[in-house]
Design a protein around this ligand. Structure first.
Ligand code: GDP
Ligand code: IMO
Ligand code: MG
Length: 422
């Protein structure tokens, strides 16, 4: 069987966690391929709510195997906190979770470097999640990283070399810190990682493919945060796009099956950087209030705006999206008019192509669509959808040239309308 990929098409927080949980019964393996605890994936079911950071969202369904792939960066301290919280709530993980030996470790000093770099950037800061993501991937690419598999071989030596390097850099930034305090939690986290099977995940996943197992790859962040194709430099430090699933799991391109692209019926972004359709009005405030748009990990208010079809078309192209999933449609239930950005005006010219530098100022050109003004949160089938909502779906499908398979009408697992089976 091929590996299906589910990934965000906007600036993250599209609702990936919820949908992976919904789709998990159809799969044997759920895998994470990039990012780290900068992710916050929310799942709600049976009156309970969980936020996952590094652990794949298939973890709540007992007979499934979850894999943290080689492309992920793992913070032992945060990983332990996540494991502890899940186990306390009655979800034993040891049998269900495996970790790639090739995943890189976020060292305590990576978080300090993240803070030091951000503060040095002043008003140009990225607004990172402060989890040490950029510095960890930087060390990976510059061949200075420490990997999960190193825990089993000369670990202390590798750790000490890396920490000494980081201390030198932190000194240049005059950055103050209390390392022993951070190290205590971090090394407890290392003990926690040792409880899990550390695997050559590329073999594990390719064996599963050969043995006709169904594999789902769960993306983190979103296409607009991709290191190559996002709104650079206001991006994360990994390839969040479909190709990232190949490098982050060791899966050949020909073994990728469906590519599920997930987006909100509107758009949000957290942190700094350009956002052409951002709303600074009461409408944006309402989206934030109704959609409870606050960061799952940081609690930061998310910036809200209308759907951006220039960016979405770009994301569909880059990822080779085969099916779409639209989230949070219920947030627009009370809106009189829905706007969709179909082009940008840049230097007086109308463009439909995503520009080289979104920071140069792209003014959105909108079309208006009538709102549906109907509470959709209890709808279970598309037969119940109001006409204006169906028109919105048709409009998006026509623009994006990809069918919308799933519509989400609320945060709970049960508030999901699957329009057709594959
Ligand atoms: P992820 O990072 O892509 O997994 O998304 P997050 O969990 O960070 O953010 C999505 C937020 O929207 C979470 O609070 C979800 O519980 C919530 N959510 C997901 N789907 C829906 C939906 O259809 N309607 C509403 N109102 N909330 C949703
Ligand atoms: P999920 O998986 C939304 C954003 C940060 C910042 C930029 C770089 O929950 O969708 P980083 O810490 O990665 O160096 O921050 O990327 N960012 C996210 N925004 N959802 C996420 O993950 C994000 N992960 C990182 O806010 O702007
Ligand atoms: Mg999130």
């Amino acid at each position: 069987m091929k590996v299906d990929v589910l990934l965000g098409l906007q600036w993250g927080d599209e609702g990936k966690g919820k949908v992976v949980d919904v789709l998990t019964p159809d799969y044997d393996l759920i895998t994470r391929f990039q990012g780290g605890p900068n992710a916050g994936h929310t799942l709600e079911f049976e009156g309970k709510k969980f936020v996952l950071r590094s652990i794949p969202s298939g973890i709540f369904q007992g007979d499934k195997i979850n894999v943290i792939g080689n492309g992920v960066v793992l913070d032992p301290a945060l990983f332990k906190a996540e494991v502890d919280a899940l186990e306390v709530s009655g979800h034993p993980l040891t049998e269900r979770l495996k970790i790639s030996k090739k995943a890189h470790l976020i060292l305590p000093t990576h978080r300090l470097l993240d803070a030091a770099y951000e503060s040095a950037k002043g008003s140009g800061k990225i607004g990172t999640t402060g989890k040490g993501i950029g510095p960890t991937y930087t060390d990976k690419v510059s061949r200075n990283g420490v990997r999960v598999g190193d825990i089993l071989h000369n670990f202390e030596e590798k750790y000490n070399i890396a920490i000494a390097r980081h201390k030198g850099i932190l000194k240049q930034y005059n950055f103050e810190y209390d390392l022993p305090e951070l190290e205590k939690n971090w090394f407890e986290g290392i003990e926690c990682i040792k409880r899990f099977e550390l695997i050559d995940s590329e073999y594990f996943i390719n064996d599963a493919i050969k043995n006709e197992k169904k594999v789902l790859a769960e993306g983190a962040q979103g296409t607009m945060l991709d290191i190559d194709f996002g709104s650079y430099p206001f991006v994360t430090s990994s390839n969040t796009i479909c190709a990232g699933a190949c490098t982050g799991l060791g899966v050949a391109p020909g073994n990728i099956g469906e590519v599920y692209g997930i987006f909100k019926a509107y758009c949000t972004r957290v942190g700094s950087g350009p956002f052409p359709t951002e709303l600074f009005s009461e409408i944006g405030d309402n989206m934030r209030k109704i959609g409870f748009e606050f960061g799952s990990v940081t609690g930061r208010p998310r910036r809200c705006g209308w759907i951006d079809l220039v960016a979405l078309k770009y994301a569909v192209m880059i990822n080779g999206v085969t099916q779409l999933i639209m989230m949070k449609s219920d947030v627009l239930d009370s809106f009189e008019t829905i706007k969709a950005c179909v082009a940008y005006k840049i230097d007086g010219q109308e463009v439909e192509q995503f520009p080289f530098d979104l920071n140069d100022g792209a003014e959105p050109i909108f079309v208006d669509l009538p709102g549906w003004k109907t509470d959709m949160t209890n709808m279970q089938s598309e037969d119940e959808f109001p006409e204006e909502f169906n028109n919105y779906l048709s409009f998006l499908e026509e623009e994006l040239e990809v069918p919308i398979k799933i519509v989400s009408v609320g945060p709970d697992r049960a508030q999901t309308v699957i329009r057709y089976q594959n």
